[in-house]
Ligand binder design. Structure first.
Ligand SMILES: Cc1cc2nc3c(=O)[nH]c(=O)nc-3n(C[C@H](O)[C@H](O)[C@H](O)COP(=O)(O)O)c2cc1C
Ligand code: SF4
Length: 539
């Protein structure tokens, strides 16, 4: 493959497009609500009407309004249809022809979409993720060519540093700094790992990116391989994501066939191959050292850091590990330049963030917004507010994060602001809670999750999460005393400070943040005989 061939393929892909297109979301969410049957009805109807030459029926990735699936979009009018059923699907054909119809039209200009800035999701819902030709037609693999021929590895690292991109896996570590650390390490063998473990309850951003635009992640990984001097990459993805795995496997095969992965990519003296490793779904295997052990075929237990994977990672070699969304940002940064990216978002948190907006909110689905968008804009405007009652809080960061009460909804979403409120950005799960939600039960739920997912290697986490869960259950069941509450807080601090890895260190966060903002709910759940004493404490 050379660049003229890539351009030729891109041109051919674009010119083959038919004037009318019906794009059916075939991501896991819409498939589970009946998208396959809907698409079949449309395929039969197009054949029966002899419209196959004129109308293209295609499978695309996520159209983002997941709670309203199955979703369909049409071109050239860019109309959007929601909750399409086999019964009403054919009315879309009439609408495409300009006839007034009863098609289940969805307002594409509503705030859920209007405030979004799709960069990571720019191809999501636009291209068929199972066709590399579709990805090439929208400029796919041109950024890889650009770095191989126009930039040195050091210049590639510098571009990522200059962009201000920070890791989207939760911690927000500067991506360029991580790349430069691995690039500086000596040794012939280095590795790239894409962390697609995504174990937070309520999170499905990474799954959606892989299902909707897998080549984008492969291209980002290949660019990173060139930048740091690695020729081998792994994608670690959980077994619960069969569609993502299937699309990745196909994408890797296609890229190899076109010479876009493998040896001598673009004849530029650069080799890069990617293998998939499937995880069994343990949350702790998302932690980078546990993940590395799991790829090595060992038990997925974390180990102390340093050494960090950048110095000693997979099989003791320098290893770059980044999240799916981090890799998905690389191609647009190279294509549009680091300054373009840096000017989006806030000074400290550049770019956009993809969130899985779920919980008691009207509009659930995937959103991609510039960093700095306020929680109010996200929850009330884009999410449409809660389904019942009043919005009480939003949870970010999953089991490692915390709950932000509604009075702080004017806070801009960026790494530092969320941290000040006692939570973290996390990988992008955002769960909205209404005033019927018990915050003590929320804390209990996350602690149960951490107790189950603790690998048991260190005592503070193994025993601490059990004891914290017992104390929370006592409170939930009105059996706890004030002393138990004090014990709960002291134990949270001990587990935070003494645990070996991020799972234990952050497990107390949901408890501490709910105690900080919703202490009254804890006090109200104490033993009835304690209430008088508690009243004293509250005063
Ligand atoms: C318990 C635990 C689970 C984690 N799970 C994930 C995960 O599913 N995906 C992810 O990218 N990072 C996860 N991380 C963070 C990774 O250890 C690592 O920091 C991240 O993959 C680095 O990528 P980034 O720099 O692109 O954010 C987890 C960390 C901990 C402590
Ligand atoms: S903190 Fe928990 S998950 Fe991490 S090593 Fe210790 S026991 Fe395992």
């Amino acid at each position: 493959m050379d660049i003229s061939e890539l351009y030729r393929l891109a041109e051919r892909g674009r010119s083959r497009r038919k004037p009318f297109r019906i794009r059916c979301c075939m991501a896991a969410g819409c498939q589970s609500s009946g998208a396959i049957a809907v698409k079949q009805v449309l395929a039969d109807a197009l054949s029966a009407a002899g419209l196959n030459d004129k109308v293209e029926l295609c499978s695309v990735g996520c159209l983002r309004f997941c709670g309203h699936g199955p979703m369909i979009a049409t071109d050239p009018d860019e109309a959007l249809y929601e909750r399409v059923t086999p019964e009403n699907a054919c009315s879309i054909l009439g609408a495409l022809n300009g006839e007034s119809s009863m098609a289940p039209r969805c307002d594409g200009n509503q705030p859920f979409f209007a405030d979004q800035l799709p960069i990571v999701l720019e191809n999501s819902g636009q291209i068929d993720p199972s066709r590399i030709e579709d990805y090439i037609a929208v400029g796919g693999y041109e950024s890889l060519y650009q770095v191989l021929y126009d930039l040195t590895p050091a210049e590639t690292v510098a571009a990522i540093t200059q962009s201000g991109l920070r890791g989207r896996g939760g911690g927000g570590y500067p991506t360029g700094l991580k790349w430069s650390t691995v690039a500086k390490m000596s040794g012939d063998q280095k590795y790239v790992i894409c962390n697609a473990d995504e174990g937070d309850p309520g999170a499905f951003m990474d799954r959606s990116v892989l299902e909707s635009d897998p080549h984008r992640v492969l291209e980002g990984m290949a660019i990173s391989g060139y930048a740091i001097g690695a020729s081998h990459g792994f994608i670690y993805v959980r077994a619960e994501y069969p569609l993502a795995i299937q699309r990745l496997q196909k994408a890797i095969q296609q890229a190899k066939r076109y010479g876009l992965l493998g040896s001598q990519i673009f004849d530029a003296g650069f080799d890069f191959k990617i293998d998939i490793r499937i995880g069994a779904g343990a949350f702790v295997c998302g932690e980078e050292t546990a993940l590395i052990h799991s790829i090595e075929g060992r038990r997925g237990n974390p180990r102390p850091r340093p050494p960090y994977p950048a110095e000693s990672g997979l099989w003791g070699c320098p290893t770059l590990i980044n999240n799916v969304e981090t890799f998905a940002n690389i191609t647009p940064i190279i294509r549009n330049g680091p300054d373009w990216f840096r000017n989006i978002g806030t000074a400290g948190s550049a770019g956009t963030k993809v969130f899985a907006l779920t919980g008691k909110v009207q509009n659930t689905g995937l959103i991609e917004v510039p960093m700095g968008t306020t929680l109010r804009r996200i929850v009330e405007a884009m999410g449409g507010g809660v389904t019942e009652g009043r919005v009480k809080a939003v949870q970010t960061g999953g089991p490692s994060g915390g709950c932000i009460p509604a009075q702080f909804f004017d806070t801009p979403v960026d790494y530092e602001s969320l941290q000040k409120l006692g939570t973290i950005m996390g990988s992008g799960g955002m769960i909205v809670m209404d005033d019927n939600t018990s915050m003590v039960e929320i804390a209990q739920f996350y602690m149960e999750f951490c107790r189950e997912e603790s690998c048991g290697k260190c005592v503070p986490c193994r025993a601490g999460t059990v004891q914290l869960h017992e104390l929370l259950s006592k409170i939930v069941n009105h059996q706890a005393t004030v002393v138990d509450l004090e014990h709960l807080e002291a134990l949270c601090q001990m587990v935070q400070e003494m645990s070996l890895c991020g799972l234990g260190q952050s497990a107390p966060n949901p408890v501490l943040s709910t105690l900080r903002y919703f202490r009254d709910e804890y006090l109200a759940r104490l033993k009835p005989s304690m209430l008088e004493e508690v009243g004293h404490h509250v005063r």
